[in-house]
Design a protein around this ligand. Sequence first.
Ligand SMILES: [Zn+2]
Length: 239
Amino acid sequence: MNLSCLLCYQASPTPVCHWCEDDMFFFTSQIHGCNLLKFGPVGRHVKHSHYDSLSVLSLHTWPISSLVHQLKFTHSLAAGKVLSHWFVHKKRQCTLSVPNILLPVPISAWRLAKRHYNQAHVLCQHFQVHMKIPISTSWAYRKGFSVQHHLSRSAREKNVKKTFSLTAGCIDQYFESSHLRDTNNKAPFTVAIVDDVITTGVTVNLLSKLLKARYPNIHIQVWAMTFTPPPKSTLIKDC
Ligand SMILES: [Zn+2]
């Protein structure tokens, strides 16, 4: 098949050519650990008082930021596919438990009407196919018109509290059926909140706080494609 690389536009049999892929920085379980909350240059910069682990593919720097942008703003299914393919490969080398359910971070009804898709849900659909984990699409909702990316950290915190709510049913259906299925299973019910980019961690932390208030014993993982490093992060020189 005659394809061109999504990043450099050279002819390539794969969506991202091997030259671009070889140049890319990826977090690895061997170097950075399976849970990036325990890795200082990431853990120190994201809010994480209510979730248990963080798995991220890469830094939100070029060229991978371009793939996230293509997924988010141009509905590039190829970009979504290549990001999720790399992420699934990464998860297969990781020792964290496989979640019972995937929870895409919701976008507002207004944004959904404009964009026609939720990029976090697109990623979850790939994970569902390759990892056989169900998705809940109606666990939480996002109100209003607000966007977060231009706000400061403190403004984000204030904004996010009035923006997100859990739905009435939330994950009851999955939570109860897992208990009914296996009453001897003492492993905690585990969810993975999925988002495209983590910047301050405020959104996923608030969603985790709401979930733990309703389901106190669940275990919460956060999965994201990229992490935006703060301006003077030591990580920037690595990529
Ligand atoms: Zn390329």
